[in-house]
Structure formats: C-alpha cells, structure tokens
Design a binder for this molecule. Structure first.
Ligand SMILES: [Zn+2]
Length: 397
C-alpha cells in the first residue's frame, strides 16, 4: 500500500493516508450523521449530527493510528526497521522492513496492536461514563460510546487467528514456537486467513440477501481482501523459504548486453534484439545505469516511430529500476522487483557499473535448484489491520 497523502511523522515513523481512506470517512460520516445518531438521539439539528459524525470519523482514524504505532514501535524495539504507517480503505498498515527473528518477537509485535485498541476503547468508555455522570450532552456520550465500541470491535476482529490479521500473526508465532519451523507456521496461518476470508464473503452475501444491505458488501470486500492477501502471503512464504540465504550474484545473468540510451529503438532491434536471446537491456550513459528496456517495451513502440524514438524515450527510468549488489540477499531484492521493469532488476558493481541482470527466469531457475537442494525456513510479508466501520443493524442507508 503506497501512501498518497503524507501527513508527517511520529517518533520518526512516517505517517500517510491512501486516498481510499476518504471513502471510509464518507461512509462513516453519512452512516453516523444520518443513521445511527438521529435514531438514538432524535430531535437535534442536522448540523449537530454531522459534527458528531465528523468527530467520530476523525477519532476513529486516530484510534487506527494508535494501533499501527503500537505495532511499529514494538517492531522497532525488536530490531525491525519501520518504513511507515498508511491508513487506507480497510484500515491501517504498518510497513515493516524485515521479519521478526523469533517467535517471541513475532508475538509481541502482533499482540500489541489489539492491546492498544483495547486501551483506547477503554479510555473512550471511561470518558463516556464520566460525561454521562456529569450530565453532559447525550450526543457526546453516544459519540464516545460508539468510539469505545468500535475500538473493542477492532481489537477482537483483528485477533481472529487468520493471517494477515494480527491474530494470524499470533497463531504463526505459537505454531513457530511449537513446531520450530517458521515456514510451516506461516503457511498454516495464511491458510486460516484464506478460510476466514471465504467465510466473510459467504456471510456478506447472506446479509445482502436477507436485506442488511451495505454491511454485507463491506464484509464481502474485507473477505476478498483477506483471501487475496493470505494467498499471496502463502506463496511468498514458500518463495522466501526456497530462496533463503541465496545472494543476488549467484542467480543473476552476468555481463548482460547493455545499450546506449541515445540509440534509437530501430538500432536496438536491428543490431541486438534479433541477434541475441536476451529480453532485458540495461541502458548506460557515461558508464552509469540510465534506464532499462525490455522486449515488451520495444514491442510496444509503434513501428512507424521506431527509427525516431530513442531508447531513453521508451525505457523504464533509472530511478525506478530496482538495483542490487551481488552480495545482497535475493529475498531482500524480490519485494522491490515490481513496477515498470516487467519484474527485472539490474545488478551493479562497487563502482556503479552494470554487472548483471536478474529476470523472472533467473528466479524460477533458482527456485528449481533449491527444490533439488532441500529448503530451509524463512519469512513472509507484512500484516494488515482491518476495520469494521459501523453498526450494521442501524446503518442501512
Ligand atoms: Zn494490528
């Protein structure tokens, strides 16, 4: 999840929003201001309900942020670098660069998020009780009570033992400790995640059919996300296990054919592509990496333009080309190999010169080789925290 709006940072941890978070804010404000609040406390002005709805939405985002910060700070204390926190449509994500080295660290990082939500929920509950005892405004009490409840739901829902939810991490840590094998623990937790996702999809459809409306759609959305995330987590766990400990230099194709960034597309086709079997051409200018051209990019250049277009015009720009050094771990490079290079990376020597390329076929060859050698355990990707933003019974628009 890449952030779209950067907010700043807390304790050195970058905080951002993805635009999709606006969807959840609108859904919350509309649902609360025109659904729940007027039905529980009738007779107030529309603006009073809208203000209470906006305050609730903002404080819910703050609550999510506290949950993610708890994960991030404990992860950092356990030696894992945190690249940032992003809030999005379905909740929050703390992006950790790396994986816990022990089952105990895995457990601590996972469990602290729901604990933080419980604590925040408790604070809102106390505030609601105090406000009520002091005969404060009923709508204020209702807002605080709603926030207490939603934080409680957040804690409980995320403790369901299904990866990538926090509960799935707890399950993984427990199985890791019991079995002494992180890969098999992670695979079990991911499978539980997929099963839970399918259950949510089924429940969502059921709700939709019996007329509960929007709440059902939300469950389907969360279920679909969980099934997808759990499946890719299982796959990545297997890939990482197979490639554990392998260096980039061991799998790269060395001494690739490089092209001059200023040559034309037609020159490359005539002089290089038709004569070589490669599909990846790093571009160089003054001995430095200046971009990357793949056969796909060459093919998508309009035939009539190929004599005019320079390679630099059709290349993936250098700042977007994933690069690594031969001594880097392949499992550190893999997560960065998405984007405009069609899954390729360029390997640079100590002086910044191009010494190799890594392509998907290099990776699959390494995977097959590791099948022959037998595998050792290793990590999957990060988690996700999901939120259930409303009281579905009061909230059919
Ligand atoms: Zn969490």
């Amino acid at each position: 999840m890449r952030e779209s709006i950067r907010l700043g940072s807390i304790a050195g941890i970058r905080i951002g929003f993805h635009y999709s978070v606006l969807v959840i804010v609108v859904i919350l404000v509309v649902g609360l201001s025109f659904g729940r609040f007027p039905s529980v406390h009738p007779g107030l002005s529309t603006w009073a309900y809208i203000v209470a709805g906006v305050v609730s939405a903002v404080l819910l985002l703050v609550s999510l942020l506290v949950h993610e910060l708890a994960h991030a700070l404990v992860a950092r204390r356990n030696g894992i670098e945190v690249s940032g926190i992003t809030l999005w449509l379905l909740g929050g994500v703390a992006e950790l660069r790396g994986e816990p080295r022990s089952a105990g660290a895995d457990l601590r990082i996972a469990v602290v998020g729901p604990l933080a939500s419980l604590a925040v929920g408790g604070i809102f509950a106390i505030a609601a009780v105090v406000t009520s005892a002091l005969s404060g405004p009923g709508l204020g009490v209702e807002t605080l009570a709603y926030l207490a409840g939603i934080n409680g739901i957040l804690a409980v829902f995320n403790l369901v033992p299904a990866a990538p939810l926090d509960g799935g991490r707890v399950l993984r840590a427990f199985l890791w400790w019991r079995r002494g094998d992180r890969t098999s623990a992670a695979v079990t937790a991911a499978r539980a995640g997929r099963v839970f996702g399918f259950i949510l999809i089924a429940l969502g459809f059921l709700q939709f059919v019996v007329g509960a409306g929007f709440g059902g759609l939300w469950l389907v959305l969360i279920g679909l996300f969980l099934v997808g995330a759990a499946s890719s987590e299982e796959q990545q766990t297997r890939v990482n296990a197979a490639l554990h400990g392998i260096r980039v230099g061991e799998v790269m194709t060395p001494d690739p054919t490089v092209a001059d960034a200023t040559s034309t597309v037609q020159d490359l086709i005539d002089e290089v592509v038709l004569a070589h079997r490669f599909s990846t051409y790093p571009l160089v200018e003054d001995g430095r990496l200046a971009g990357l051209v793949t056969l796909n990019r060459v093919r998508s250049a309009p035939p009539g333009e190929r004599a005019r277009l320079r390679l630099a015009d059709i290349a993936c720009p250098p700042d977007q080309v994933p690069t690594a050094h031969p001594d880097d771990l392949l499992t550190d490079l893999l997560p960065r190999m998405a984007g405009c290079t069609d899954g390729r990376a360029v390997v640079l020597g100590a002086g910044g010169q191009v010494v190799g390329v890594v392509s998907p076929s290099d990776i699959s060859r390494a995977m097959q080789a590791s099948d022959l050698r037998g595998t050792r355990p290793y990590p999957p990707p990060r988690g996700a925290d999901l939120t259930v933003p409303h009281d579905k019974h009061r909230w059919t628009p």
